[in-house]
Write a protein that binds this ligand. Structure first.
Ligand code: ADP
Ligand code: MG
Length: 340
């Protein structure tokens, strides 16, 4: 569970920065209504009651690099994937908080998805005991419908339960890339196909969950008795903005959309916390409550590892959303503690 605070952007230059990243994964949020300009350090020392503290495994400030984030999240999942286990990594946060920057990034600052693919190829090339085949898919869940971001003309796709492959999306493009540049290009093109709808809050806010899945098929190279093939799946998800539908003053279709986003995020939170509480065994895990959790079912339960990155804006005008993101993340973190 990691948190990343982005820098203030040019429109926020005159705003109070109300988030402090401390040692040891600690994040402190100051109530901007109770802050007096210029005395932030005194404030930190004296007025403890007006601040809220949250502790995570990692907390990154605006100086963190894309590589720092990668090392704290998906790098830890790669070994398992190559051994045939599933894992997932989520970016959660309000619109504009830095989810897409962190996951996809740009050509000069490639994000987690791209760095992960690059590192995976490096490791696969140097692995001498196994032969690997790798391919990736990129889809979005929007309003409880699934679309192929690499081939959006195919329309809405169905989920299918395959006896061999498990849960899969029927008819989705399976893409094989060899280089980081090609992956960046591919994902960037896919992102342009994401459903973006104008809302009052943000003209181009992403209202869909973008899911990149990397399938890693490993086969033993030693000629042997029975040839065993294991498939590991890594899912990386750039979630839709977590701000509530009401926050954007939406009506009609936009309100339905907002409700669907909330439903997915709530279902995801519920899955993670019920998995954490029972170690994935025994009690009911509500996967079926949303398309997103259905798609990710095999990457959330059993032996799967999950990393979550909560993206935050430090600006005073985003104070409410920052707090609600931290609460969601704290809940996911608590459930993780129950597992171990
Ligand atoms: P989201 O996907 O959460 O809606 P974005 O990732 O698109 O938000 O980020 C919003 C803006 O802030 C973008 O212009 C992005 O380039 C910038 N940004 C986000 N995080 C950082 C960061 N850590 N460093 C520099 N710029 C950032
Ligand atoms: Mg985005």
């Amino acid at each position: 569970m990691a948190v990343r605070v982005r820098p203030l952007n040019h429109m926020e230059q005159n705003e109070v920065n109300c988030v402090r990243v401390m040692e040891g994964g600690m994040v402190v949020v100051l109530d901007p209504n109770k802050m007096e300009g210029g005395q932030e350090e005194d404030y930190l020392r004296q007025n403890r009651s007006r601040e809220k503290r949250y502790a995570f495994d990692h907390a990154f400030d605006e100086n963190a690099s894309q590589h720092d984030i990668y090392m704290a999240t998906t790098e830890k999942l790669l070994g398992g994937i190559m051994d045939g286990f599933n894992a997932s990594c989520f970016a959660y946060g309000a619109t504009g908080a830095g989810k897409t920057y962190t996951m996809l990034g740009n050509t000069s600052q490639p994000g987690c998805m791209v760095l992960t693919v690059g590192e995976l190829f490096k490791r696969i090339t140097s692995a001498d005991s196994k032969a690997y085949r790798v391919y990736l898919t990129y889809l979005e869940v929007y309003n409880e419908n699934i679309r192929d971001l690499l081939n959006p003309t195919t329309g809405y796709l169905d989920l299918r339960e395959d006896p061999v492959k498990g849960i899969c999306v029927a008819g989705i493009t399976e893409f094989t890339t060899a280089t980081v540049e090609e992956t960046m290009e591919l994902l960037h093109r896919g992102n342009l196909n994401r459903s973006v709808e104008p809302t009052k809050k943000n003209e181009t806010s992403s209202r869909s969950h973008a899911v990149m899945q990397i399938m890693v098929e490993g086969k033993d190279k030693t000629p042997g008795l029975s040839e065993s093939v294991r498939v590991g799946k890594l899912s990386m998800i750039d979630l839709a903005g977590s701000e509530r539908a009401s926050a954007t003053d939406n009506r009609g279709a936009r309100l339905v959309e907002g409700a669907n986003i909330n439903r997915s995020l709530l279902a995801l939170g519920n899955c993670i916390s019920s998995l954490g509480q029972q170690g994935g065994k025994g009690k009911f895990v509500p996967y079926r409550n949303s398309k997103l959790t259905r798609v990710l079912q095999e990457s959330l339960g059993g032996n799967s590892l999950t990393a979550m990155l909560a993206a935050l804006s430090p600006a005073a005008s985003n104070y409410d959303e920052t707090l609600s993101t931290l609460r969601y993340a704290a809940r996911a973190k608590r459930s993780e503690e129950h597992t171990s």
